[in-house]
Design a protein around this ligand. Structure first.
Ligand SMILES: [Zn+2]
Ligand SMILES: [Zn+2]
Length: 278
């Protein structure tokens, strides 16, 4: 996993470097915006990888619920950086409305960086297919959008060189719009995690039917599921025979836990409250 990610990061860095140099030489704001976005990509791939590793660490004294929230933190930090860079792009674009020049060299730099990016996205897609992770998924999505973005920028600089500099500014704003979309997607994932949104009704129903089909369970209620990053947490009340010993009731609760964990992956913790059935 590590070497592939390194190659993806290096390719992304090369694409970003090409765009930034191209922007400085040709004066294209669209290329500058695209380059800045690529730099964010590199930073967020590195951050996502680091946070993914941290999120998989077992619970400790400081974090008794585990470290899964670090994945959400990674998406949050990326969104903040994207918002700052996006504001910079928009203000730069506005400042160039009156006068702006774009050299034909922007076309070459844009074309080369697009080719590099396509190979990097292909690699990253292979990595994230193997590892299910909120942070890695966010990255793949961002990188896929990046290819489209690069192609749009290439078209934009061609139009800017051949027709009017305004096309360069319009393209820069399109890149900013891509960032807004990226931020919105991240915020959706983040808000679903921190508001404990039910991941899916089907999942809840599946858990309930597993509990009900466990021999010894008379009734169950208050089945709650929440998601943090890609980790699922479950708690519930089970009703058992009032004459059951504490020892047997405890064993039964563990059986329920094992059944659920063996049929649904990504469930990291289950807390079961035992009640006597009436
Ligand atoms: Zn209850
Ligand atoms: Zn126990």
């Amino acid at each position: 996993m590590i070497p592939l990610i390194l190659v993806a990061i290096l390719l992304s860095a090369l694409a970003a470097f090409t765009k930034m140099v191209g922007a400085l030489i040709s004066g294209s704001i669209a290329l500058l915006a695209d380059g800045a976005d690529s730099i964010i990509n590199i930073g967020s791939i590195a951050l996502a990888t680091y946070m993914f590793t941290r999120s998989r660490k077992p619970p400790d004294a400081e974090h008794p619920y585990g470290h899964y929230g670090f994945e959400v933190l990674s998406a949050t930090l990326t969104s903040i950086v994207m918002a700052i860079v996006m504001s910079f792009i928009i203000s730069t674009t506005i400042s160039r409305l009156e006068h702006h020049e774009v050299s034909y060299l922007s076309i070459y730099f844009s074309a080369i960086s697009t080719a590099i990016l396509i190979s990097s996205v292909y690699l990253f897609h292979r990595i994230s297919g193997k590892y299910s992770s909120l942070a890695l998924r966010a990255e793949t999505r961002h990188l896929a959008a990046d290819i489209l973005e690069s192609v749009i920028v290439l078209t934009g600089v061609i139009l800017a060189v051949s027709l009017s500099y305004l096309y360069d500014l319009i393209t820069a704003l399109i890149v900013a719009a891509f960032m807004v979309y990226g931020i919105a997607l991240n915020l959706k994932e983040i808000s679903e995690s921190i508001t404990y949104k039910l991941p899916s009704r089907t999942l809840q129903n599946t858990i309930e039917s597993i509990v009900r089909s466990t021999p010894g369970i008379i009734e169950c209620h208050a089945i709650r599921v929440r998601r943090l990053g890609d980790a699922l947490f479950v708690d519930m009340h089970i009703l058992v025979d009032p004459k059951l010993s504490i020892e047997d009731a405890h064993k039964l609760a563990h059986r329920v836990e094992d059944f659920i964990k063996s049929s649904i992956k990504n469930i990291k913790d289950i807390v079961i409250h035992i009640e006597p059935a009436k």
